[in-house]
Write a protein that binds this ligand. Structure first.
Ligand SMILES: NC(=O)C1=CN([C@@H]2O[C@H](COP(=O)(O)OP(=O)(O)OC[C@H]3O[C@@H](n4cnc5c(N)ncnc54)[C@H](O)[C@@H]3O)[C@@H](O)[C@H]2O)C=CC1
Ligand SMILES: O=C(O)C(=O)COP(=O)(O)O
Length: 526
């Protein structure tokens, strides 16, 4: 059967041309409402999008034939990845095609802020010739604070260094070696806020980065700072930014991205010192040609040959190995995710051991899945293909160990993370050679399915704790699905892994932390 692809956002015509050349039927239908899209999506095997189409769980419910979503660009926050994965839909992006262009937009906005270009242009074209109104600042010798030093952030850094700026960066995954190589100084967020004359954001929007420039953070900035956001809306508290511009704490702000897009109204509009562009970061001819060609090639390879490149939710695999490795990779990714969520940026290295039946398999995809799970907590664009390279770039020491002998389990994957405070180890097995199960968490034996929303709780083993935990969750309206307990020794440290039906908010986490005997509470999602 001839595959059919729908291009639902404006894309360079080369994408459609490639699909047709490769024998794929293609329709370009843009500007549809979610309901209109839902009515037609069932006819397609591939969906090629940019940021306007929202591939929600609701839309995917109608996508009965969809096999692949191709994002001609980087950010996939408009795609419900868990929903796509649950429906067996591969989500691919083009992680590098528009990075230079977006970095250039950030630099353009930095210049626009420094010299008030939009206001000066409007005033001049209004016939005012206000030469004395527009006093600018020089960029040379100023400090640029980079929040996020990944692909785009590091290109911005190289351009800023060319402008003779000093660059400081906050990025938990930036290794000292990489910082040295980039010629920038790695600092903590507080230090960056204190020192930067300009701040530019280049992180994905995650639970850790949402509101990273909060009201409190803005209050800690150097007075007169200028801020640029070409990454994602939601990284800055927009109401607080408006107040900071009004008070003069922030001298200028340029936003390409907004919490709600399209942003057709905002309290920031009209504020002196505020500049905006309508999510234009990736909008150059060059970048659009790059991402259109790349996405069409990747999607065609997948639909016609089964080849997988730059998939966010699926490892690249050959057809023969795939069936045997699949459950191991699911287990490995869950173990990596568990470590990433509990240990955060403390992980300096990982050792991945396979034991028993697992030792007979190709270990690379298992390692890739651990790393993708671990680093997926911090970057949206990490996948099986780029996880090992990213790990290397970030100075993460990765070891693979193979034990042919069987231990307590016929097959086992053990992941040990090294952190500044010591090694932390988790392990899992496969039940019935297919169902991943956690069997050891930081030296405590448990038996848990890592799935959905969960809580990792460390507490002092004492009577009454389980009751008070159940009551606290009940009061918060959170239903417990399963409960797994383990402890090092009676009366010592106990660990609970609780599966819950709904996500746990930071407020509920704070309430649980306040329960007697609780040492640590981390919300998890798998
Ligand atoms: N405005 C636009 O049109 C465009 C926007 N973007 C957006 O730009 C952003 C960056 O893209 P890339 O550089 O390609 O991504 P990347 O994944 O290469 O880099 C992101 C960096 O953020 C860092 N990071 C993650 N959590 C952090 C935290 N809590 N604090 C500080 N740093 C943290 C990561 O370690 C990583 O180095 C993405 O959100 C992407 O969607 C990308 C292209 C165009
Ligand atoms: O690639 C990205 O992450 C972008 O934000 C670009 O968005 P766009 O393709 O221009 O709608």
């Amino acid at each position: 059967m001839t595959p059919r692809v729908l291009i639902s956002d404006k894309m360079d015509p080369r994408a459609a041309a490639i699909f047709r050349e490769r024998g794929i039927e293609v329709d370009e239908i843009t500007g549809k409402t979610p309901d209109e899209l839902a009515a037609i999506i069932g006819d397609y095997h591939g969906l090629a999008i940019r940021s306007s189409t929202k591939a929600t769980a609701r839309l995917l419910d109608h996508a009965t034939n969809l096999k692949v979503i191709g994002r001609a660009g980087i950010g996939v926050d408009n795609v419900d990845i868990p929903a796509a994965t649950a429906r067996g839909i591969v989500v691919m992006n083009t992680p590098f095609g528009n990075s230079i262009t977006t970095a250039e937009h950030a630099i353009a906005l930095m210049f626009a802020l420094a010299r008030q270009l939009p206001e000066a242009d409007a005033s001049t074209q209004a016939g005012k010739w206000e030469k004395n109104r527009f006093m600018g600042v020089e960029l040379t010798a100023k400090t640029l604070g980079l929040i996020g030093a990944g692909n785009i952030g590091s290109i911005v850094a190289s351009r800023a260094l060319g402008l003779k700026m000093k660059v400081v960066a906050f990025d938990p995954f930036l290794s000292p070696e990489r910082a040295l190589e980039l010629g920038i100084e790695k600092v903590e967020l507080d230090e960056l806020l204190k020192r930067a004359d300009f701040i530019t954001l280049h992180t994905p929007l995650t639970d850790q980065t949402r509101g990273i420039l909060s009201r409190e953070a803005l209050a800690r900035t150097k007075k007169g700072v200028r801020i640029i956001n070409c990454a994602r809306g939601g990284l800055i508290d927009e109401a607080a930014l408006k107040d900071a511009l009004d008070s003069g704490q922030v001298a200028g702000a340029a936003l390409d991205v907004f919490e709600t897009e399209p942003a057709t109204a905002s309290p920031l509009f009209g504020t002196p010192g505020f500049i905006s562009t309508p999510h234009l970061g990736a909008s150059t001819t060059e970048a659009q040609v790059n991402v259109a060609i790349q996405v069409a090639e990747q999607m065609s390879d997948f639909l016609l040959l089964g080849g997988v490149t730059n998939a966010i939710n699926m490892p690249s695999l050959s057809a023969e190995e795939a069936p045997r490795l699949k459950p191991y990779m699911a287990l490995a990714e869950k173990l990596g995710k568990l470590l990433g969520q509990v240990l955060g940026d403390q992980v300096r290295g990982v050792s991945i051991e396979v034991e028993g039946a697992a030792a007979a398999l190709n270990q690379k995809p298992i390692t890739g899945a651990v790393l993708a799970g671990l680093m997926g907590t911090y970057s949206q664009t990490v996948n099986m293909v780029n996880a090992p390279i990213l790990a290397k770039e970030r100075g993460l020491d990765v070891k693979e160990v193979r034990h042919e002998r069987e231990g307590d389990y016929h097959t086992l994957v053990r992941v040990t993370a090294s952190t500044p405070t010591g090694d932390r180890c988790v392990a899992g097995t496969l039940f019935g050679n297919s169902a991943p199960r956690l069997v050891d968490i930081f030296g405590v034996a448990v038996e848990a399915d890592l799935a959905g929303h969960m809580l990792y709780i460390v507490n002092n083993d004492a009577p009454g704790f389980i009751g008070s935990l159940g009551t606290a969750l009940g009061e918060a309206g959170i239903n417990i699905a399963t409960f797994n307990l383990g402890r090092r020794a009676a009366g010592g440290e106990a660990v609970a892994l609780v599966a819950v039906d709904d996500p746990v908010t930071p407020e509920v986490v704070a309430r649980l932390c306040a329960l007697e005997g609780v040492r640590e509470v981390v919300p998890l999602s798998f």
